[in-house]
Ligand binder design. Structure first.
Ligand SMILES: O=C(O)Cc1cc(O)ccc1O
Ligand SMILES: [Fe+2]
Length: 218
């Protein structure tokens, strides 16, 4: 079945200068009908973009819907998805990099697996990495990726649908969520055992030059 996400979009604002209660009520009921337009998107029709040579793009490249702020490039809320796609990048750590952002990230998995989490992130699960919280792939994903080496061929990530809401605002977690029996108190364990694989030895000549601080001449 196609994955559909229903979003409520506020497209008008109530005119607060209206004085009469009756007209306010009338406006309100009318407003409910007009202001909140229900949109349905079949996410399987979304065409994802990805790098075709090297590096891992910022995930906002897969924004399905955005609510902008008045600052160019700073979204109030981006709705981003991670659908099935091909991974082809060379000389690149392909899973999401280890990072922390100004933006806060709320992620969820609709079905399948998520490329950064080999264990523990199941469909129906969600994670929140608030502003400046470091995160990235779990230890198992990291080790498996390193074991593949630098010459991994094209790889298709199939049967998956993850989503993310990214916002420049910091979400406040409600007590209901904090007290939920479904809260994963051991989430941090997914990074236990991470060890550095940086050896100081280069994989190719470009890296030798870069490590010596020399620009690459072509
Ligand atoms: O944290 C995450 O898993 C989401 C995410 C995915 C990605 O491909 C790059 C950055 C990022 O925050
Ligand atoms: Fe992230």
């Amino acid at each position: 079945a196609p994955v559909q996400v229903t979003l409520l979009c506020r497209s008008m604002e109530v005119n607060s200068s209206l004085q009469s209660r009756t007209s306010l009520l009338l406006m309100w009921s009318l407003g409910m009908a007009i202001m909140f337009l229900i949109r349905r998107y079949d996410l399987s029709k979304f065409c994802p973009y990805n790098t075709v040579l090297m590096d891992h793009s910022d995930p906002s490249i897969n924004t399905v819907l955005t609510a902008p702020t008045d600052k160019p490039g700073v979204a109030l809320l981006d709705f981003v998805i991670f659908p099935p796609r091909w991974l082809v990048a060379e000389h690149t750590f392909r899973p999401p990099y280890y990072h922390r952002n100004c933006m806060s990230e709320f992620m969820g998995l609709i079905y399948g697996g998520y490329e950064a989490k080999a264990d523990g992130f199941h469909p129906g699960g969600a994670s929140l990495h608030s502003c400046m919280t470091p995160h990235g792939p779990d230890t198992k994903t990291y080790e498996a990726t390193i074991a593949l080496g630098n010459e991994a061929g094209p790889h298709r990530i199939a049967d998956t649908m993850a989503f993310m809401f990214e916002s420049c605002l910091i979400p406040r977690v409600c007590p209901w969520a904090l007290e939920s029996p479904f809260m994963d108190h051991d989430y941090y364990q997914c990074w236990i055992g991470l060890k550095s694989h940086f050896s100081g030895l280069s994989m190719n000549e470009d890296n030798v030059d870069l490590q010596k601080g020399k620009p690459i001449e072509r």
